[in-house]
Design a protein around this ligand. Sequence first.
Ligand SMILES: [Zn+2]
Length: 395
Amino acid sequence: MKMKKCILFTALFLFIFARATAQQSNQNKIEELEAQVAELDKTFNVSARKYVSAYFDLSDEYYTIKDYEKAYTNAVKGLRLDSYNMPMQYRAAEYEINNQQYDLAYPRLTYIIEKDDEQKTAKAAKKLLKKIPKDKISELEKLVIQPMFEKSILVVFYPGVEDVYKSAIAQRIEQEYKLTVKTADFSEQENTGNLRNNWDDYLDETVNDVLSRSSEMSLEQILNAWNLTLSDLETSEGKEAFLVNLFLMLGYPEQDYLDFKAQYEDQYDANALINQVKKNYKIDSDCFGILAVTAKDIYSGSENNNFLFGLSSGNTAVMSLNRFVKYTDDKSIAMKRTVMQAFSSVGHVIGIARCSTPLCARAYPNSLAEQDAKDDVLCQTCINNVNKLYASLKQ
Ligand SMILES: [Zn+2]
């Protein structure tokens, strides 16, 4: 009897101890992953896989301790980068169903049912779908794009586009537009037709401005102090040396000068890139058209504008990540901007009308601030337009 009691106590103790340890290790893991995710939100140049697994691992940890809200939040963050993760899509949908957010759950579940190759999650999704009240379903069908996976779009990436953006662009287009996305890595660099760089113009303007405002005497004194001569100011090197010294004299550190100069990158003519892509890639009969993606800064040679996020011509479009990534350290912001531009460009490629709903991903932004104010989803007007287009093609 005594012996049995002793074993029982030991077993009980071990059980409690094991539970406490498991909870402790779970807590440690959560803290570790939270730190990683916070860091990853801000860090550049990390691989897509590393990013995504941190969000999904954190979601798993919260799911284990039944903190479903945080499990959901992290699953959704990860899905923005990797929407192919069907178990995570399912987890998000399950949470949304439990909170009666049917409009969010419905497109996820139909997406899983259409796209899950292994069919395991698809089966579970079909079951979960039945939890949505029947009268709601017909309403929801109108709210989402009805699939057209028999048609495709070709996304061509110029060299230098990071993998994390490549996969997010391809997957998010496929999920939002419900069509097949084919991708290709372009072996050619951006066409340099009409290549422009405003740096030399800026140098000329600034140096001439300073020269026109200073007397000969004071100018000579300044140049002497900087080890420069008047004839130096006729070369670009001399002008640059002049500007660096000007920055330093005004109290700015040299890094400010370098950052300032870095803004004046080579700009490529988007029209030239569209023509280049058209020449190299054929559009099959089941393909709507081509979206080319470049990391270089672009403008329109024909309109001579400052810069462009994207440009389209017929069923071919080009978009640039350059200004989405250049001015932020927050990768998730850069990603959201990129995905919205991709949605906007794809709309042009498949041929739906421009959008005027202010917060739609496809609304025209005049600046990064306007781009950031938008949602990374299509508005109801755009969804209706896509559905009309797809329906007309099925007839
Ligand atoms: Zn819209």
